[in-house]
Design a protein around this ligand. Structure first.
Ligand code: FES
Length: 504
């Protein structure tokens, strides 16, 4: 199965197939756009509740972040519970703890109900301070977990060969093979008569008088009462351009020389943090290691992030083989919690975004929220994660800084293009934003010397794209749209690709 990068993730062994179903209906209760963990889980849940859905994706299921996740299913988040209590209050934090447990039970229930063979296992997470100066933060997290009854205790050991100052053990985590889970859940949806259309983009879209009307690239026109954008930032221009920021994370998978004593997960407290988990596939054990995250489009040398991660792994682990390396995109919200629910001012439009590094949990949690809202039921959880929520004061700084970051790119990147005399100055198999004969272009030169010349201007809001050597893509630093070397759209919120430029 394909994904949105040139590197194969560990999960992409799941076979490519025709995922679309044969159906003639054009009217639906709900159209779900995006067949990742959020969209597929919602499609099955809504189907079980009697709603007629169309699941739509411009590529194959799992093409986006679900195909590049490390598939940790955790009961705590990048925004730690001490921070959540500080920003949102203890009652909200307790609600989130309970809802998270419900979400993990829900995933487990799906695995059992549909007999999904997806290497699902439960384990503990060991969070540790790598240096003494991180101990205070670790203590604060431990205290918050104990106050909120998240089963957490100090640990004198770490089931990973990593140096640490202090560690805590957090019970109740899980992990799985995300694409096996996704495809089996999708099979269950299809077997029950669910409609799915893949490899089709939306070429026209209207939302008038509470009716969604859209045309796909195969010329079909569909209508629905509601639409759910399970696409991270919804396409086009909207408030989430400022409330959510795109980041990239780097991952390696290594076949371990010896089986670990127990399956477990771990992370340190650096910012960005490094994270590790063991994965078992039959009798083979793997280490999945990740980190060295950065804001999308902000790094010139993305390949260095793989090298840094490899160096870290080489220092501490014995392995036989590096089996995969890839990077993936995730979206960080302004206040640390995701936006899941009804779009402000558009009562029949729903979104789910801003999951941070907790996509498997929050992507599944969307099915505990949006179906209730579609059936007219507001809950405490839907209020807490509402996309219309007024941001807590504490989050204002990060909202502004992400907005500033986008503005800075909008202005500065246009001035910083490399000036070249000849296209041969662009190295083989590399891309560069260049000034050539008065034009600013995104130019890639392949292994044969053939050139791909594109406009460097992102069609979303006009920022200049950056070259991502690690995934051979053009990434927009402003809101995370990504494009392949031919200009084809990989990730929104842009709704079209980079235009080709004739240089003759
Ligand atoms: Fe918004 Fe490129 S993604 S300007």
């Amino acid at each position: 199965m394909k994904r949105d990068g040139s590197n194969e993730s560990f999960w992409q062994t799941v076979e490519e197939q025709n995922f679309s179903t044969d159906f003639s209906d054009l009217e639906f209760d709900t159209i779900i756009v995006g067949a990742g963990i959020t969209g597929v889980t919602l499609a099955k849940e809504l189907q079980d509740r009697g709603l007629k859905c169309l699941l739509l994706d411009k590529e194959n299921p799992g093409f986006g972040t679900t195909g590049g996740t490390t598939a940790h299913i955790n009961n705590f988040y990048d925004a730690s519970y001490d921070e959540i209590m500080h920003k949102f209050g203890e009652e909200s934090a307790r609600l989130l703890v309970k809802s998270t447990k419900d979400t993990l039970d829900y995933i487990k229930k799906n695995v059992l109900k549909y007999s999904i063979d997806c290497d699902f296992s439960t384990c503990n997470f060991f969070l540790f301070s790598a240096e003494d100066k991180q101990n205070e933060k670790l203590d604060s997290i431990l205290a918050a977990h104990q106050q909120l009854d998240v089963k957490t205790t100090p640990s004198a050991t770490l089931p990973f060969n990593l140096p640490f100052a202090k560690a805590i053990r957090i019970e109740g985590q899980a992990q799985f093979h995300p694409l096996k889970y996704l495809i089996r859940l999708l099979d269950a949806y299809k077997q029950a008569g669910g409609a799915i259309l893949t490899n089709q983009s939306i070429v026209e879209y209207q939302n008038q008088e509470n009716e969604i009307r859209l045309k796909t690239s195969d010329e079909r026109i569909f209508t629905a009462k509601n639409i759910i954008w399970a696409t991270h930032i919804p396409p086009g221009k909207n408030r989430f351009d400022l409330l959510v920021a795109p980041y990239r994370s780097y991952v390696l998978t290594l076949k371990l020389r010896n089986p670990p004593e127990i399956l477990a997960q771990t992370a340190d407290l650096y910012d960005p943090y490094h994270y590790f988990r063991y994965h078992r596939d039959g009798d083979t054990y793997y280490l999945i290691a990740g980190g060295f995250d950065h804001k999308t489009g902000d790094e010139n040398n993305t390949e260095k992030h793989f090298n840094d991660l490899k160096e870290l792994v080489d220092k501490h682990f014995e392995y036989d083989e590096l089996t995969a390396q890839w990077s993936s995109q995730y979206y960080v919200s302004a206040d640390g919690l995701p936006y899941i629910g009804r779009m402000p001012h558009e009562p029949n439009v729903y979104i789910a975004t801003g999951y941070g590094g907790n996509g498997m949990t929050f992507g599944s949690m969307a099915s505990l929220i949006i179906p209730d809202l579609l059936q007219g039921k507001e809950t405490s959880l839907s209020k807490l994660l509402s996309p219309a929520r007024v941001k807590p004061v504490a989050s204002a700084k990060s909202v502004l800084s992400e907005g500033w970051n986008a503005t800075q790119h909008f202005i500065m990147d246009k001035l910083s293009a490399n000036k070249i005399k000849e296209f041969e100055d662009v190295p083989l198999q590399q891309g560069s934003v260049v000034k050539y004969q008065g034009k600013t272009l995104a130019v890639y030169r392949d292994e044969h010397g053939d050139l791909y010349c594109l406009s460097s201007i992102c069609p979303h809001m006009g920022c200049t794209v950056s070259w991502n050597a690690a995934e051979k893509s053009w990434d927009c630093p402003c809101h995370g749209s990504r494009f392949d070397i031919e200009g084809k759209l990989l990730n929104g919120p842009a709704v079209s690709g980079l235009s080709r430029v004739d240089t003759y």
